[in-house]
Design a protein around this ligand. Sequence first.
Ligand code: AG3
Length: 279
Amino acid sequence: MELWFSEPHTPDVKLSIRVDKQLYSGESDLQRIDVFESPELGRFLVLDGYVMLTEKDEFIYHEMIVHVPMAVHPCVKRVLVIGAGDGGVVRELTRYPEIEYIDLVEIDQQVIQVCRDYLPRTACKLDDERVYIHYEDGLKFVRTREDEYDLIIVDSTDPFGPGEGLFTKEFYGNCYKALREDGIMVNQHESPFYEADATACMRAHKRIVESFPISRVYQAHIPTYPSGHWLFGFASKRYHPVRDLDAARWDERGLETKYYTTRLHMGAFCLPAYVEKLL
Ligand code: AG3
């Protein structure tokens, strides 16, 4: 018998992935957590029925959410990561020796445990000595911080359920306060393609525009997310994401990447006409 996992992307469109076996299934206090093994996409993590990552394409998301701000800011030492219990963001960040510490704020302890157990490729750097894990609501955590971080990365779920608060004006305002005078905030911004997602994404974008002097949107192609066309928000107090990109400095590091390049970085901020119109 064939086993398939399906995620509805709209009431009329689904993504289906053939599954070899289910490695984990459980309920935390906050959500349902599943991990499957699949022939085409490797292992994949599902929260409340939505695919969070697959081993085959997570590099795209994690490289784009980390290397874009890291190639712009001249010296990142203190980083706050919200969500991201799978460890993918932390894995990419720990490749930068100048980073002194990373506060990882994940609301669901069980997500981290399941990822440690079943997704070693993303969870592999969660024990790095610079990483401090806080099991807290990111919304509350940022309220208590001021003028501390060079970079905040918001790796949330979709804008409903446990991640909802991470798309609010209050949250973005507190992130602004928690950043130092030249800090950058990057967040995952959903897809512009299907109407319901696009509406959520535009609402969030408007709130960011109101909270930060510089705010731009960039894109990547992530095959397993709804429509495959994914956006990220870049919000900043001082640096412009393209004019302040120091490509020579980043290229000199010699970091090996599978998706991100400084050439692609510049193009990623050029958006399709229909997306420009939405913003
Ligand atoms: N966080 C954003 C995933 C959103 C996917 N949405 C969906 N499948 N409907 C990804 C976490 C990776 N660290």
